[in-house]
Design a protein around this ligand. Structure first.
Ligand SMILES: [Fe+2]
Length: 286
């Protein structure tokens, strides 16, 4: 079963959003949408999401699912906007409750904020099967970058979220709250035990100098060439490399706004008495 996959690359955050669908005029899921956010002005825009909407409408697709691979720390999700425009149910891994619990404390969120995943329409568990029209899909728990990371397998395609990047870039960082390099190693080995021709779709690309952005490769490519975790790299060697490297990385530009919004399934915090929503900056907390 070979689903149709359309990618949308956001050069500002290096994020790739996807529409996966069974056939023109059929059913679709949107994976990892982007709400554009300008940190200088605090203003959001829907340019990226509108490209997705334009494609869905042009193909005559009915959106069943708006999937998040995890609570992203580098971009805001456009899931609520897409649901309003296109329909569909917003889903994320069930362990999002752990992420909500951690960040509820870091941001000292309002007592009414529920760390039980209630903001999402559906919480997916490891191995849970769901349909996208004629396509059979399965959620695969792939913790490491965050404790709640999910990959979504749809036929011969897998949306890997923040686990693997393209082979010349490597793997996702594991130093955010709840991250775990040991867990990421095991999650990646699980993905790489799929059939060699399995198509893998990355959530990000940070192309090295001189290469155009890319987001699709195969299990075989990753096993042969991934600079962090090709076949033969041991768990201990991987964890040592990952830990050293993570210690050198700056926080993503949009981590503070992204996390606050994404643990609310993409909604802004409740407006204050003047009708304006505010995002918080915890000083010296991260
Ligand atoms: Fe991420």
């Amino acid at each position: 079963m070979k689903p149709n996959v359309q990618a949308f690359f956001d050069p500002v955050t290096g994020t790739v959003s996807y529409v996966v669908f069974d056939r023109p005029g059929g059913h679709a899921a949107v994976v990892d949408s982007v709400l554009d956010y300008d940190p200088k002005s605090g203003r959001t825009r829907t340019t990226s999401a509108d490209r997705v909407i334009g494609f869905v409408r042009a193909q005559g697709l009915t959106v069943q699912w708006i999937l998040e691979t995890h609570a992203h720390a580098d971009h805001l999700s456009a899931a609520p906007y897409l649901r309003r425009e296109l329909g569909g149910r917003i889903a994320i891994g069930a362990a999002i409750t752990r992420v909500q619990d951690v960040f509820k404390r870091i941001f000292n969120l309002e007592p009414e904020f529920r760390a039980d995943g209630a903001q999402f329409d559906h919480l997916l568990h490891d191995g849970e099967a769901f349909r996208i029209g004629e396509l059979q899909a399965t959620a695969m728990s792939v913790p490491g970058h965050t404790p709640a990371c999910m990959a979504y397998q749809v036929g011969d395609a897998v949306f890997v979220g923040d686990t693997l990047f393209m082979p010349d870039v490597g793997t996702a960082r594991c130093d955010f709250p709840g991250g775990d390099a040991h867990a990421l190693y095991r999650s990646v080995r699980r993905l790489l035990s799929l059939p060699p021709a399995t198509r893998l779709f990355m959530c990000h690309d940070y192309p090295p100098e001189g290469r155009e952005p890319a987001w699709e490769c195969t299990v075989a490519d990753q096993r042969a060439r991934n600079i962090h975790i090709h076949d033969g790299v041991s768990e201990d060697a991987f964890v040592e490399m990952r830990t050293k490297r993570d210690a050198t990385l700056e926080m993503p530009t949009l981590i503070l706004p992204s996390v606050q919004v994404n643990i609310r399934a993409g909604e802004m915090p409740p407006p204050e008495a003047n009708g304006v929503s505010y995002l918080k900056i915890p000083v010296n907390a991260l």
